[in-house]
Design a protein around this ligand. Structure first.
Ligand code: 13P
Ligand code: SF4
Length: 309
């Protein structure tokens, strides 16, 4: 980077922090945000950590650098706080793979089932669910809810992971998937094993079922951080969004991290740039608003979710 652009970025970061202080805001960022945004975070984490943190904050303004369902989750858990998503169009294509009508049809088909929704869903889907979960506590939620029949939506790969780990329950899954994780292949994994035999392979549970079976760790994004710290290995192959590697390297400077096959980016996570964050703070945009009737119902499912680790 040339000196002029470095100076420009430093000045922009200072302006962002000044606006943040003026608004008495807290910046929450997901582990997939670009490094410059991660650097500005008060807290950076996975979906479950960020949901719990947002609920516990005393500050009344949250700027959520992530995607819409994450900012909505913070708003539902703290409806009196102002929650901003810096880029209006930062969504999650996986969350769009199920409509309320499809879920209602599933509920009619299995009236005795509990609906466990991945947190990567719209507020309306959450309002129709019994409990939400994230990738870090999906197995524990499904194991512990008081029902033997489960409708698990919308991610088929996380659903397969839950089925393998909770064989005692009857679990109906949906066909949704995340295009970022779906692109990692078993061939990528086999090649990585050949190239780096001593390396440990970690994949997110949104990766295909056959990759889950062949990996050393199947964990959420923050689960990867914990596993890398705890493991005695010093080389890791990572099957998730590319900027997770920035966080892993930062926290484990003595270890090496490589992407499983080609690096894969979540386009929506990359939409939040320094410039967009600055404009969002300056113009106080885009504030999340959700109908009270939806908040009241979705809140039950989310409060239930944050009880589980
Ligand atoms: P985590 O909860 O593991 O951070 O995952 C969120 C996500 O969107 C994965 O694609
Ligand atoms: Fe959604 Fe996939 Fe992006 Fe995660 S990585 S936010 S699941 S599109």
């Amino acid at each position: 980077m040339d000196t002029a652009s470095l100076e420009g970025k430093t000045a922009l970061k200072e302006k962002i922090l000044a606006l943040k202080n003026r608004l008495k805001a807290v910046i929450l960022t997901h582990n997939y945000q670009i490094p410059e945004i991660q650097e500005l975070a008060d807290f950076c984490g996975d979906s479950l950590e960020l949901a719990k943190i947002s609920k516990g904050l005393k500050e009344k303004v949250i700027v959520f650098c992530g995607v819409k369902f994450m900012a909505e989750t913070a708003k539902i858990l703290s409806p009196r706080k102002r929650v901003f998503l810096p880029v209006l169009g930062a969504g999650c294509p996986l969350a769009d793979t199920i409509t309320p009508l499809e879920l209602i049809e599933l509920k009619n088909k299995y009236p005795d089932a509990w609906v466990v929704s991945y947190v990567n869903t719209s507020a309306e889907i959450k309002s129709l669910s019994d409990v939400c979960c994230t990738s870090s506590n999906a197995v524990s939620v499904v194991k512990n809810v008081p029902a033997d029949r489960i409708i698990f939506i919308p991610d088929k790969n996380l659903g397969a992971w839950v089925k393998k780990n909770v064989p005692e329950k009857e679990i109906t899954t949906h066909s949704g998937f995340c295009y970022v994780h779906e692109q990692f292949s078993l061939n990528d994994l086999k090649r990585a094993r050949e190239l780096y035999p001593p390396a440990k392979i970690m994949v997110h549970p949104e990766c295909r079922s056959e990759l889950q079976d062949a990996a050393d760790f199947v964990v959420s994004t923050s689960g990867m951080l914990k596993a890398a710290k705890k493991s005695s290995a010093d080389i890791f192959i990572i099957g998730t969004e590319k900027d997770m590697i920035y966080r892993l390297e930062k926290e484990n400077p003595e270890k090496k991290f490589y992407s499983l096959g080609n690096t894969r980016a979540c386009i929506d996570m990359k939409k939040t740039t320094l410039d967009e964050l600055y404009k969002a703070l300056l113009k106080e945009r885009y504030e999340i608003t959700i109908d009270k009737s939806i908040i009241d119902k979705a809140d039950r499912a989310l409060k239930e979710m944050i009880k589980y680790v």
